[in-house]
Design a protein. Sequence first.
Length: 593
Amino acid sequence: MTQDFVTVADYIVVGGGTSGLVVANRLTEDPNVHVLVLEAGQDTTADPRVNIPAFWQSLIGSEVDWQYKSLPQEGLLGRSVKEPQGKGLGGSSAINAQAWIAPSQAGIDAWAKLGNSSWNWASLVPYYKKTHTLNIPPDQATVDHLGIDWVNDEYRGSSGPIQVSFPGVVQNPFGKAWVDAFRGMNKATTGDPFSGNSIGGYSNSATIDPVNKVRSYAGTAYGLPALQRPNFHLVTGLTVQKILFDQASGKAIATGVQGTVQGELKTFNACKEIIIAAGAFNTPKLLELSGIGNRDLLTKYGIPTIIENSGVGENMQDHLASGISFEVADGAMTGDSLLRQEPEALQMAQQLYAEYKAGTFTSGGIQSHAFMVVPEFEVAEGQRRQSELIAKHPPKPEDADHYNIVRSLIENPNEASAAWIVFQAQSSLHDKDRGFMGGQLLPGNHASLGVLQCHPFSRGSSHISSADASAAPEINPRYFSNPIDLEIMARHMQALEALRNTTELACLFKPGGKHLEVAKKYLIDTAGTSYHTCGTAAMLPKDKGGVVDEKLMVYGTGNLRIVDASIFPVIPRGNIQSTVYAVAERAADIIKG
Ligand SMILES: Cc1cc2nc3c(=O)[nH]c(=O)nc-3n(C[C@H](O)[C@H](O)[C@H](O)COP(=O)(O)OP(=O)(O)OC[C@H]3O[C@@H](n4cnc5c(N)ncnc54)[C@H](O)[C@@H]3O)c2cc1C
């Protein structure tokens, strides 16, 4: 536990995770501004499980994870899904898979269309750049092997704190085969994904320092440098239970927070603002525990209502993911022996990493990526069939705005409806609730071809399950509650078969088509979260279910803001950490004024 005995600061940031550390770092650039960060987890910046890129999965279910789980999901035949969230300095950026993936312009412009006129693609581009530095491999052989011919300097971060590099190496045949397969299908990326206007296959980058081959994340890139400043204060091991308000002026003014540290209830006061950055599950939970939410729900748990807002905890969005593992041809390298913790493989990987910063420890396993349209919907006749399919499932009136926005994205012929990846090891998704890796590890070497949704129609919720702050929230993502999501994802799963059979990739797999109904059944049995939950305290007009306004201020309050993934009105395509960082960078500028 880190103890900093400051109990009053200009700003209190609840949650020292991805967004919280960005904002706290930027605010303390002014030496006269004192910021106190309160983080429930511990400082794990020296923990090798956090720092070594390949170990991220070992943190799921550990003390660095809140270990949440969804309610049984009707759309998954009653299956519950694990919903990991990071708990410790750096939050989920300390346990994530490190893939650095771009949103699309249309996906971010949708935020403006939903009523946030100052939040569009143009407004966020400078912040994607500000947060990262893209390191291109220094040798031409690696650049050629990974097909990195698309980098556009207009969108490339060159001095941001998060170091982004390419985990693919020339020794690994999958990198080249992936790019060549997409080139062969005439589906190589149409540009730099961070231009916001590309689809197709490419070698993706990851938040990994290119020199030391360690995770680059909010904890080390924003947290540790800020800790050197006398005006940055941090308490770890403290779970905030409640925000305190003064309502004398008619507007709720947040004066402080209460939380327990080592069994003792403590109060911390803010002179200016309280900034919530507790993540997509814990942010709505904290609002509700503090009296901001649906009155009926608060009354049920005996919590006095300070601000009535039934949008709190609603609008939850996530990307479902699934994949199929195939045995690879003899000689192809994969991470399976490490997953099985085979001593010889571990020893060799450890040695390679320690001596040369090389080998399987240097990657989170995701280095080849593609943004794809359903192949059968690419042509005009297919687009018509897709529109008919969507029209069969009209929204309820309260879902119309969200439905229409998602529909416009899905029907845009230049917009992907799923991301395809190759994960270089088995993913035992049949093993019910174990998540991506499963528990029953198979012998042999595998690679998994995976699909992640880009623009789901289905939305869910996350609410308190008790007035007790230590109780887990009730998470109901309502996966596949809109049947179109299953229709689209199943078609992508089918298309993976054709990808595997391309000349370039087929030679890397042992020989082994899925009918659409089989693909649907497979998805219902196996799909799980790709860990991208957001939207549960959305930036939207209040009468459209909004919780914060365009300045990220909680409606009805004068100085309580939210800066984390909860505020996303619509989930961007692809893995969301780049947008979490960009939003937090912009939030810091908004707060600075
Ligand atoms: C396992 C996993 C893999 C992922 N992989 C990828 C990937 O490869 N690429 C990608 O782009 N994205 C990925 N993501 C998603 C991405 O990492 C997250 O969306 C992002 O980090 C969320 O940032 P945040 O600031 O909203 O929340 P977090 O980073 O989760 O921060 C919230 C912080 O608040 C703290 N907190 C919560 N409640 C309280 C409280 N009451 N009091 C005090 N502190 C509190 C938490 O402990 C945590 O540190 C992954 C996420 C996970 C969980």
